[in-house]
Design a protein around this ligand. Structure first.
Ligand code: C2E
Ligand code: CA
Ligand code: CA
Ligand code: CA
Length: 282
């Protein structure tokens, strides 16, 4: 299905051309989305497979506009990148996510991480590393609890400059994940040079688990490659117990997906986490 109805607004996946007037509308309303408090974050748990403990949460942006209704990030992130609105929006995401994690730590839910998606436009922006360090200082979150997720295309676009920025953030204690891994075109020799802590296997490969033997061995290989390079491996979009069992078998480190929980509202996180910890103790 290339198209799904969500709220009052038609959501297209990224492979489909958006009609021009729709892009124009999205851009128009996006300009005032932060000021009008229309943006918020959902949080999806990331589970450590070996211990069964919650490692942390990925922050995922949500937009509810009075005219457009709920608009999926798949529909507006690209537009936000094209008109560079992703710079203030991305900064807002980082501040909000770090604030939230610091709040959790203060509530006694310590040692949980927050993972934040970073767009290519943000990473290329000259002020990016300073912005990240400022946000950490402002929110008081220890850098070791922040993971940033960048995609392969981001890194390949201007390899040396990007690697230098990521290296710098790594020396500050921030963790780096390579998102949507397997969908891009990075070669193994590039991968080796990247200051990456974690590979996130894209959902499209996880979907193939059980269905086709091809994907089965691919997932297994990605995990092995990651480990050989000294990286951790996370699988996203895990929906079934069979997938969990397979990923456990091939020693994937962390998993994330509807099987455990869909991304949830901020207000639900503490209750969910308390229940999870209660269950794993019993
Ligand atoms: P992503 O980074 O690959 O995030 C994973 C997407 O898969 C999320 O969609 C999540 O809700 C969804 N998902 C998680 N588990 C499952 C599952 O078991 N089954 C299925 N079918 N889906 C699952 P979402 O929230 O709609 O976000 C879509 C994309 O938008 C993200 O893909 C990311 O590339 C982008 N995005 C989201 N939030 C941000 C943000 O704050 N900044 C930037 N730059 N991009 C963002
Ligand atoms: Ca992600
Ligand atoms: Ca993905
Ligand atoms: Ca992504």
């Amino acid at each position: 299905a290339k198209e799904q109805r969500q709220g009052a607004f038609v959501v297209y996946d990224s492979s489909m051309q958006q009609p021009l007037d729709e892009r124009v509308m999205i851009e128009k309303y996006l300009r005032t989305a932060i000021a009008n408090n229309e943006l918020y974050l959902n949080y999806q748990p990331i589970i450590d497979l070996e211990s069964g403990n919650v490692w942390g949460f990925e922050a995922l942006i949500r937009w509810n506009n009075p005219v457009l209704g709920f608009v999926s990030p798949l529909s507006f992130i690209q537009i936000a990148e094209d008109c560079r609105l992703i710079l203030p929006i991305g900064e807002w995401v980082l501040i909000t996510a770090c604030h939230f994690m610091k709040y959790m730590h203060r509530q006694g839910f310590e040692n949980y991480h927050i993972s934040v998606n970073i767009s290519v436009v943000q990473l290329m922006h000259e002020g990016f590393t300073d912005m990240v360090l400022d946000v950490l200082e402002e929110t008081g979150l220890d850098p070791s609890f922040l993971e940033i997720e960048v995609t392969e295309s981001v890194v390949m676009d201007s390899f040396e400059a990007t690697v230098a920025k990521l290296e710098f953030l790594k020396t500050k204690g921030i963790q780096i994940a390579l998102d949507d891994f397997g969908t891009g075109y990075s070669s193994l020799s590039y991968l080796k040079q990247l200051p990456i802590h974690t590979l996130k296997i894209d959902k499209s490969f996880v979907d193939g688990i059980i269905d086709t033997l091809d994907h089965l061995s691919l997932v297994d290989s990605i995990v092995s490659i990651g480990h050989d390079l000294g990286m951790k491996v996370t699988a996203e979009g895990v929906e079934t117990g069979d997938q969990v069992a397979f990923l456990q078998n091939c020693k994937c480190d962390k998993i994330q997906g509807y099987y455990f929980n869909a991304p949830m509202a901020e207000e639900k996180v503490l209750t969910w986490l308390s229940e999870w910890n209660e269950h794993s103790r019993n």
